[in-house]
Design a binder for this molecule. Sequence first.
Ligand code: BES
Ligand code: MG
Ligand code: ZN
Length: 515
Amino acid sequence: MKTTLILNTSKHPNSYMFVLPIFTKSTSGKKTGQKKVPAALDLSHWSKDLKNEFKAINASKHFKGNNGDTLTFTKGKNTYLGFGLGDAKQIDGETFRREISKLYKAIKNKYDDAVLLLDGVLDKTNLNIDEIVYTTSESISLTCYGFEKYKSVEAKSKDVLQHIILSFSKVDKSQQSLAKNALKRADIISSSVNLARDFVFEAPNILDSENFAKEVASDAKKIKGVKVKVLKKEHLKKEKMKLFLSVNAGSSKDPNLVHLSYVPSKVTRNTPHIALVGKGLTFDSGGYSLKPPASQVGMKGDMAGAATVYGAFKAAVLLNPNAKISCFLGMTDNAISKTATFPDSVIKARNGKTVEILNTDAEGRLVLADVLSYACDQKPDVVIDCATLTGAISVALGNQICGLLSNNDKLCENLKVSANNIREYIWRLPIIDEFRDSVKSEIADLKNVGKNRYGGSCTAAAFLENFVSKDVAWAHLDIAGIATDQTHLPYCPSKGASGLMVRTLVHFLTSYEKQ
Ligand code: BES
Ligand code: MG
Ligand code: ZN
C-alpha cells in the first residue's frame, strides 16, 4: 500500500475513486417529544455541483451521515463515496483512526486507488493537519497489515487497493511542512509496529532464540547510530545470569541477550538515558510446571515484550530523539528436557539474591530479573520493562488495558501522558509491602511465585523490584492481556499480534526530558 500526500490542487487522476467526508450538524438530531430526529447532513465543504448530484440520488434521503455510513454515487465519469463521520466536533484522533480503518476495509476489495478529500476534516473537526495526516496514514498502514508469508497464493488476501492519496486543496507553507513531516512520522512508527507484529506472529520453530537475536541484530545494524552487542551463553555465564540460564536449561537453543545502544549526536548534562528491557520467550511451554495444551497455544507470542521494545527503540531512533536509549532483549524458550530446571530448585541471581523456583512457568520474571540488574549497571535514569508476564493481568484489567507497575510516580504520569496522547490504555496497579512479603521464601531470599494466585501481576512486579537499583526510576508494563487478539480495534488484526504499546513507548522516548 502506497500513501501519498497531494497538496493545493484539486486535479487528481479521474480513474481514482474519491472519498468525501460527510458530517452531521451538531445543533440538530436532538430528541423532540417521542422520537429522536436524525441529525441533518453537513455537506457545506462540498462543491455545489457535488451537493446537487448527491441530493438528486433517491437513496441519499436515507443517508444519516453517522460514523461508518457510506454511499457511492457518480458524477460525470467520477465515482464518489460519501463517508459518514457524524458530528465533526466529536471527532478526536482515536475515533478518526478507527473510522479511517473501517473505511479502508470497506474499499480495499473494490477499488484500486482512492483519493481522500480531507478539506472538510481540516475545516470542521478539532484536528490539525498533522494529526489528520498522521492518523490517516498510520491507520491505513496498521489496518492493511497481514501476516501471510505461509499462505499459498490462492489463500492470500485479494485486496486490490494499491494507492491512497490524501488531498488538501488549500494549505499554507507551515501546514505543508507539518503534513509532510506527519506522513514521514506515521511511516516510521507504523512500520515499527508492523515489524513488532511480524516477530510475534512468527512460528517458534522459525523464530527461536538464536534466529530472533540474529534477525534483530541484523535489522538494528542498519539503523544509523545504533551499536549492537549480542551476549551469548558464555557471556551470560560470565555475567552470572544464572536465573536467565535456568530458564534456558531445558532448551536445545542457546539463550541470547541482545544489547542495543543509541547515543544522540549532541549530548549534554540534560540528555536523559532511558533503558528498555524486553521479555523474549520465543516459546513458553511452562517447563516442568507444564501448561495444559490449550494454554500452550499462543505462547510463541511470549516474546512480545522484546518485539515491542525493539519496535519502539527502532522508531524512536529514526526520529532523532534527544535521549540516550539502550535496549536489552532476553531471549530463550522455556522447554522441558532432562536438563530442564526442576521446581524446588534454588538459584542465585546476577545481583546475588537467591531464588527458590516453585513454578517453572513463572519464568519471565527470572529472565527479566537478571536482565534488569544488567540494565541498571549501565546507570540509566529510567528503566522500562515490557513483558507478557502474567495471565492475572487479564483478570485484573481485561484484554484492553496494559498493566503498569512502578517505583516512581512521575514516571507513571509521563507514561500515562504518552499513552493518552495516542489513546492506548494503561492503568497502574500497586506494589505494597504485603506483596513484597508474599515473594519471600522460607529457605532463600525470594521465591518466584506469590503465596497464592491473587494479585498475581502485583506479586510478579514485587519480585522484579528486587532486581532494580534503588536510584533508578523503573516501570514494568505487563502486556500479557493486550499483545494479541485486539478484536475491538479495527486497525489491529482480530487474531494475533496487536503491536500495542509500541506507539506509547515511541511517544515517551521522543518526548522525555530529564527530571
Ligand atoms: N507467559 C506467561 C503469561 C501469559 C499468560 C502470557 C497468558 C500471555 C497469555 C507467563 O510466563 C506465565 O506462565 N505466568 C504464569 C505465572 C504463574 C505461574 C505465577 C501465569 O500467569 O499463569
Ligand atoms: Mg510461563
Ligand atoms: Zn512466559
